[in-house]
Design a protein around this ligand. Sequence first.
Ligand code: CUA
Length: 350
Amino acid sequence: MKDWMGKSKAIFLLGSLALILAGCGKENLSALMPKGYGADTSMDLIILSLIVMTFVFIVVILVLVIVLSRFRKKKGQEDYIPRQVEGNKTLETVWTVIPIILVIILAVPTVAATFDLADDAGSEDGLNIEVTGNQYWWHFNYEGQEVQTSQDMYIPVGEKVHLNMMASDVIHSFWVPSLTGKMDANPENENTMYIEAHEEGVYWGKCAELCGPSHSLMDFKVIAVSPEEFDQWVEDMQNVDPEEEPQDAVAQDGKEAFEENSCMGCHAIGSSPAQVGPNLTAFGDRSKIAGILEPTKENLVDWIMDPESIKPGNKMTGNYPDLSEEEADSIAEYLMQLQPSEITPESAGN
Ligand code: CUA
């Protein structure tokens, strides 16, 4: 009875675990739901290794069951000692040759895929984006386009987009699971890769290298839009005038407060490249605030007033003068109104 209870408990636990794991992976944040060329390649390799591993598992279990049932000690054989065998050429050949064949089956497509993905990574043709990892945000410079942005990377669907990657401080790792594998962003050298999305959508990205207390909050998005929408977005971004006066009075106060409190010392609006903090061009179009909060004004005020409680260890904490609640509110209003583009994550089919 006790034995049965133990077994049913184990089955219940395993069943629950399977259910919980089945919930793992959100759409657009899962290597198991590929939506891009690199992710397709990885998925094919995952399936191939699963087939090989399942084959090995079945063979081992079969042999185990046969041996256990055929050679167990039977009644009346208490003193029986089986025939002592030493060395078996056939068996040894079989269990050497089969694993070698399995390793070849795994290695050939893996090496081929690695070369295939590396082949076009450093190309000069097409769209090149310079990616910089910073504690705890991502900067994107569209090379030759005079477009700079942070956190939301727009790309045209169905096109190879080349990423030239570095870091400004410590090692980070750029990872958009639905689109392709990881690539380290290093402070010393440039790494190259490319991404390509099959469908329009918002793909979630994570930093995949422990880089400090807010490593797990270093999220970003890749927003794939149609090539026409992408061209429009580039044009809208190029036409941003950082000096443009906001429409309403609160936002105008916000712009003044933003300038008076030297926010521009670290942030930029427009295509100016020097940055300590994220570029805020088109901030009102961002899919998230600080990469993680829903894009509401209340969240932005909370972020401006106390960034440390939201992203510990970030570089904005302690680097700007004390702001009054009113100043933070007007700055938030100003930033939320920076919306030069009609192409937003919602219209990209989020
Ligand atoms: Cu950047 Cu982890």
